[in-house]
Design a protein around this ligand. Structure first.
Ligand code: 5GP
Length: 128
């Protein structure tokens, strides 16, 4: 069965898309730690990120780097954290999270509740 992220990539489940190319897809995390919290995923369905072949893994990092620059510009944060963790969705993903303090990437924190309008606005800003 396709993962929820594959179904998002296929357009079967809606998302707030940030970027896409032939190999990778980026969209806003629906439970963000901060405005701009983005997930970067490979289009090929692999659970564990270190099972990706070297070229796909390297390309994913470069794709994430381009989005991180946009997140940094949008949020004015000090740095964008690149985090790989979690067991919830068996589809490799990188979290990109605006960060001013280490506490900003504490996944135990309560997530933001954004309105659809806010998600649309953030995705549009990161799409530019
Ligand atoms: P993890 O595997 O990293 O623990 O969790 C997966 C991440 O994907 C979580 O941060 C969760 O909020 C996000 N997520 C799970 N399902 C969806 C979804 O349907 N849409 C979006 N945009 N994000 C999701």
């Amino acid at each position: 069965m396709a993962t929820i992220f594959s179904r998002i990539i296929a357009g079967e489940i809606p998302c707030y898309k940030v970027a896409e190319n032939d190999r990778y897809f980026a969209f806003l995390d629906i439970n963000p730690l901060a405005k701009g919290h983005t997930l970067v995923v490979p289009k090929c369905e692999t659970d564990y990120i270190f099972d990706l072949d070297d070229d796909t893994l390297a390309g994913m990092t470069i794709f994430a780097k381009q989005i991180a620059a946009k997140i940094k510009e949008f949020s004015g944060c000090k740095k964008v954290a690149m985090v790989v963790l979690g067991l919830e969705v068996p589809h490799a993903h990188i979290h990109l999270i605006p960060m001013n303090t280490e506490n900003d990437v504490d996944f135990r924190k309560e997530k933001l509740k954004l309105t659809p309008e806010e998600f649309v606005e953030i995705a549009a800003a990161l799409n530019r």
